[in-house]
Each structure stands twice: as C-alpha cells, then as structure tokens.
Design a protein around this ligand. Structure first.
Ligand code: PMP
Length: 454
C-alpha cells in the first residue's frame, strides 16, 4: 500500500472529525498536508484555495514568515508555562496590545484556548459579577434566535441554532430567547421596522425580567453559523442602550467577526458599541495557534478583587491558557496589521468581493447574498422568486461545496448557505477565481438538483 492510501485508511480507522458526519468523510476523505499563501495542498498534491480561511480564522495566508519566525524565536525561550498564579512575558505584552485595539472601556484580558471557552468564561464572569455584588437573583441570560457561540455546554446553552442544539436539550441550562431581527424571509421589506420590532420585544423581556437577567449574549452585527444574518443598522446600538437602561451586561461575541473580518478591527466599531464583556479568538493568532480571550472592564474586574476568604476569586482556568507560543504568534500577527495597514487594505478586497458576488445575485438558484466585509453567505433556493428552499435532505449546499472542492476551492456550507470567508490577504485574482468557482459549482449542482425531491 502506498503512503497516501495508508494515511487514508488510518484516517478512517482512527480519527473522529469534529462537526462531521463520518459517513460523509469516509465517502469523500480529504487530508491536508501543507499550505502556502491562501492555498492548501492535500497528500496527493492537489491544491485548493482556502475559501473558508480554515474555518474563519486565517488572516495572512499559511506560512507567513513573520509569524513563523516569532514562534521559532519563542521556542528558544519556552513553549509553555502555566498562567495559573504566574504571568508570562508574551501574555502580558499581548494583553497590553489588546487593551489598545479593543473598545476603550475594555481593559482586562482573561485568556483561554478557543472561542467556545471565551464564551463560557464571559457567562461565568457575568454571573459571578452579580453574585459578588450581592445581586443574587441575576442569574439568567438572554440570547437571540439563531445565535451561535461554540459547542461546549455553556456555549450551546446561550446558543439557539435548533439543528445543532436540539439534541442536547436537557443538558443545557435554560436561557431566555429573544427574536433576531431577520430581514431575509421576514415577509417585511423595511429593515428599520424589523429592527424596531425586535428592539421592542427585547425591551419587553428586559422590563419584565431585568431583576433576574445577568446579561445578554450575542454576536456582533452579523450572526455567523446561524446563517450569516446581518442585523439592520442601529440594532446593536439599540441593544446597548437597553442594557444600560435595565442594568444588564452586554456580552458581545467577536470570535468570528474580530480582527478585520467585517472591515473594522472589531464589528462593534460599526456602531461604536462598548460591550461589558467581549470574546475574541480565531483571527487573534492570524490562524496559527489556539488562543482566545475574554475582555472586560475595570468595573467587572474590580468586583472579583478581595482577600481569598471573601470567595470572590474567579474559579476558572485551562492548562494551556495564555500559552507563550500562541501569544507570541498573536503579537506577530497584530504587528503585521499595523505594518501592512491591513484594515485599510482590506477595504479594496471587500469592494472586489461585492462586485463579484453582485454577479451571482441573478443566478436562478440564488435567493439572497449577505456580505459584511469578508464574511459572506450565499443562500441557495429552488426558486428565487418564491424563495422556496430545496428539500434539506438533498443537501444542495453540501453538494455544491463538494463540487467546489473538485474545482480547487474549499469551504463548508451552513445548510444551503454557502459560506465565503476568504483570508484577508487574498489577492484580487484569488478572490475572483474563488467567486468564479462558486458560480460554476452552484450552477451545476442546483441544475442537477432542481428536479429532485418534487
Ligand atoms: N462564537 C462564534 C461567533 C463563532 O463563530 C464560533 C466558531 N465558529 C465560536 C464562538 C466558537 O469558537 P471555537 O470554534 O474556537 O470554539
């Protein structure tokens, strides 16, 4: 057996891939061996454009010299020592940098290793903040429909994507669901009216239950895994004002939207919102190593200060939290943002993508295209006049992405929504190439499937 064949067999025999039906993987296995720029190469030498930024996190492409060098340099000092009770050099330097680039009320960095953990931490911090302050009844969280915050039990408890979360129903703690101001398929055309309606419903919840609500957990300006849903203008600002009015903590999840993904360093900047807690991960290391953080204000931090026997300590910490290699990679990553003026550079790319996606709008099977910065969703439908969806069992989104893979591009769908989240460093030519691949794959797949399942 040659080496590639052996690896394929071993991957099927020993691995269990996350968020993957293994029957799909066994049918169409893929093993990535290397990457350069925005291209990934599999064990057979076939190259793919990284259309999902290796799950929404790659920034500068793979093997960026400055980040590679920073990690190698850090290796010469130390790879890891615990942050429990002892700081380390790059963790301090990164926390200082994060204070400078996040909204101005956020001062403290609490590290973890994944987006879901950063959300777990935000929830526990918000809960304990009120406990420490003596507001013992403030224990509940409000969440928005279709919200997604990761896969751990706390994170799914404040999530609301039925398909992913239903099965774990009795495992989750209960949160209070508020409607998301969904524009597509709302039956109403006016986003302002949709916004006002959703804010009025939220006000009602806050008004009647604020004494028991610790915080609201939500994504920033755009929901990711819940369907690439963009909030109408002014909605997030409206939530911020309601939180202030009713003394409810605003917990903003910037795991997917942070680090330039939406055209601003953080999506809250679109509406000049200052959350009480903000979660960041993914792009923080440029997509290199697992580092996440929960940022918060001095006021929240102060509520945990005291002598040990006062029991105000935040009892949370993971073994690899604040890992030196990860923090060194993050520092090098953020230096590149400054050196390359990345946020400004990305504006041109956003315009190129907009122009390209506009050409897909009239395709027979495209119901809606939603784009915020370089975070895009293309919703496929059987009929773009009535917006009738394809039967979900036909998996048109999944089939389309398999076709894209054949054509040399990787992404993962959300149901029948094609996710397009290219690395921020993608060139004009690469962006155009990916859009052209998506167009061909969507046309071919949808045509094939249009008659099925009638
Ligand atoms: N929050 C949001 C908004 C996300 O999109 C994700 C992951 N896609 C997470 C949290 C979870 O992050 P992680 O996969 O690093 O746990």
């Amino acid at each position: 057996m040659n080496q590639q064949k052996a690896l394929l067999e071993d991957s099927k025999n020993y691995l269990w891939l996350p968020f993957t039906q293994m029957t799909d993987y066994e049918r169409d296995p893929l093993i990535i061996e290397s990457g350069e720029g925005i291209k990934l190469k599999d064990i057979d030498g076939k190259e793919y454009l990284d259309g999902y930024s290796s799950l929404w996190l790659n920034v500068h492409g793979h093997r960026k010299k400055e980040i590679d060098d920073a990690i190698k340099k850090q290796l010469d000092a130390i790879s890891h020592s615990t942050l429990l009770g002892a700081a380390n050099v790059p963790a301090i330097q990164l926390a200082k940098k994060l204070e400078q680039i996040t909204p101005k009320n956020l001062k403290r960095t609490f590290y973890s290793d994944s987006g879901a953990e950063s959300v777990e931490i935000a929830i526990k911090m918000a809960y304990q903040y009120w406990q420490n302050k003596g507001f013992k009844k403030k224990t509940k969280f409000v969440t928005l429909s279709n919200g997604y915050h990761g896969d751990t039990v706390g994170a799914i408890s404040v999530g609301a994507v039925d398909l992913y979360h239903r099965v774990y129903g009795s495992l989750m703690f209960e949160s209070i669901k508020a409607p998301f101001p969904l524009v597509y398929r709302s039956g109403k055309k006016n986003p302002d009216a949709i916004r006002d309606h959703a804010l009025a419903e939220l006000r009602e919840i806050f008004q009647s239950r604020h004494e028991e609500i610790a915080g609201i957990t939500m994504e920033s300006i755009i929901q990711g895994a819940g369907g690439m849903n963009i909030m109408p203008k002014g909605y997030l600002k409206g939530v911020e004002l309601l939180c202030k009015e009713y003394d409810i903590l605003l917990i903003i999840d910037e795991v997917a939207t942070g680090f330039g993904r939406t055209g601003k360093m953080f999506a809250v900047e679109h509406e000049d919102v200052q959350p009480d807690l903000m979660t960041i991960a993914k792009g923080i290391t440029g997509g290199y190593l697992p580092v996440a953080a929960t940022m918060t204000t001095e006021e929240i931090y102060d509520a945990f200060h005291g002598e040990y026997e006062e029991m105000k300590t935040f009892f949370h910490g993971h073994s690899y939290t604040g890992n030196q290699l990860g923090c060194a990679a993050a520092l090098a990553n953020l230096e590149i943002y400054e050196k390359e003026n990345l946020i400004e550079q990305v504006q041109k790319k956003i315009a190129i993508v907009k122009e390209g996606l506009d050409e897909l709008k009239d395709l027979e099977y495209v119901g809606d295209i939603r784009q915020l910065g370089l975070m895009c969703g293309i919703e496929l439908v059987r009929d773009n006049i009535t917006n009738e969806p394809f039967p979900w069992k036909e998996r048109v989104g999944y089939r389309s992405t398999l076709k894209m893979r054949e054509l040399g591009m990787l992404t993962r769908p959300l149901g029948d929504i094609i996710v397009f989240m290219p690395p921020l460093a993608s060139t004009e030519e690469e962006l155009k190439q990916m859009i052209s691949i998506m167009k061909q794959a969507i046309e071919e797949t949808c045509k094939e499937m249009a008659g099925v399942g009638n």
